[in-house]
Write a protein that binds this ligand. Structure first.
Ligand SMILES: Cc1cc2nc3c(=O)[nH]c(=O)nc-3n(C[C@H](O)[C@H](O)[C@H](O)COP(=O)(O)O)c2cc1C
Length: 336
């Protein structure tokens, strides 16, 4: 696949992810109920929202989810995200760095502003086919100003892409060898069908810092890729693929159980502050949100994205305080 094709595909993803019907109904954790302490025993200044993710501190447990890079259309967006992440003390994941590994001229499209928690991103297909050595990837991450690497599983997405890897599977030895040689913090993630169950336990045996759940119900890569196919897939088949995967609550609990004290990041269809706080109460160390932030940016540029994140954080703080918890560890005890 040429880098021009990779850029074109990223452009298609950016435009299609905003179309109606390209997301599930959202993950709202309806079975989780937070206590409500009407007297609000914790003041806003006493609330400690800090969390440590892969040895780096966040002021608030929010990560802007991995989205883009590798297309000129991404440059301004990534620059905005880097600035906003720095302003709010939150994390940022980049979109796949495959494009700039294959064409270094695309490096500026990932943004250049330095920020305190920045993870690069690569697909499992690149690792399984050993297309880039750990040394090459590390050097690129350093050029991008990254502190670690997300590796994403996207088997169903690859299968649906005409140009994708149709028989992609994971050889854990190859993956672990790559992680060990990379010698930088690695977090594993999905892209919207979730990680949980025995898979979380298998992955927990690797030398990883954590897992991001990327659960069902968020941006649907099944629907997006199915809509790019010509002829398209029978809608019933698309629906069938869309139904499989791990829901958010189960993914958080399974990953927490598998990983012990290592990082669990909840993601996939999280789009409101109540769900964010519920995820933390269920055991996540942080929450990652992708498409809703891009949607805010497209609706009104940098100001709109900044306002959306500001309001999300402030409203989450209020809900957090309403549970009577002063930090993330006490918040975890309220529903256990
Ligand atoms: C436009 C767009 C591009 C994405 N590109 C990547 C990517 O390159 N690598 C990756 O691991 N995940 C990618 N994702 C998936 C997100 O990181 C996230 O796991 C998924 O969208 C679910 O979160 P959401 O419901 O908040 O969007 C992308 C998401 C969007 C919306």
């Amino acid at each position: 696949m040429t880098t021009q094709n990779i850029s074109n595909r990223k452009d298609a993803h950016l435009s299609r992810c905003l179309l109606p019907d390209m997301r599930g109904s959202g993950s709202t954790l309806p079975n989780i109920h937070l206590p409500y302490e009407a007297d609000f025993p914790i003041s806003d200044t006493a609330l400690d929202t800090s969390t440590s993710i892969a040895d780096r501190q966040l002021a608030f447990p929010l990560i802007i989810g991995c989205m883009t890079g590798g297309t000129p259309a991404a440059t301004e967006f990534n620059e905005t995200l880097r600035q906003i992440a720095g302003e709010f003390g939150i994390g940022l994941g980049l979109g796949s760095i495959r494009a700039c590994l294959e064409n270094a001229a695309l490096l500026p499209t990932y943004g250049t502003t330095s920020t305190h928690w920045l993870f690069g991103n690569i697909g499992i297909s690149e690792i399984m086919h050993e297309r880039h050595t750990p040394d090459t990837v590390r050097a690129m991450l350093q050029k991008l100003g990254c502190h670690g690497l997300y590796i994403h599983f996207n088997m169903i997405q690859e299968w649906l892409q005409p140009e994708g890897d149709h028989d992609l599977y994971t050889d854990l030895d190859i993956l672990n060898r790559f992680i060990n040689h990379l010698d930088m913090p690695v977090i594993l993630k999905e892209v919207g069908s979730g990680i949980g169950g025995k898979c979380a336990q298998r992955l927990a045996k690797l030398n990883i810092r954590g897992i991001e759940t990327a659960s069902q119900n968020g941006t649907s890569w099944i629907r997006i890729e199915a809509s790019r196919r010509s002829p398209t897939l029978d809608p019933l088949f698309t629906h069938a693929l869309d139904q499989i995967g791990i829901p958010l609550e189960r993914a958080i609990r399974d990953c927490r159980q598998a990983l012990g004290k290592r990082t669990v990041i909840a993601s996939g269809g999280i789009e409101d502050p109540l769900t964010l706080v519920k995820c933390l109460a269920c055991g996540a160390d942080a929450v990652s949100i992708a498409q809703p932030i891009y949607a805010a940016y497209k609706s009104g540029g940098t100001q709109a994205a900044r306002r959306w994140i500001h309001d999300l954080i402030q409203t989450s703080r209020l809900i957090w305080r309403s549970t009577g918890s002063k930090n993330i560890s006490t918040l975890r005890q309220v529903i256990l």
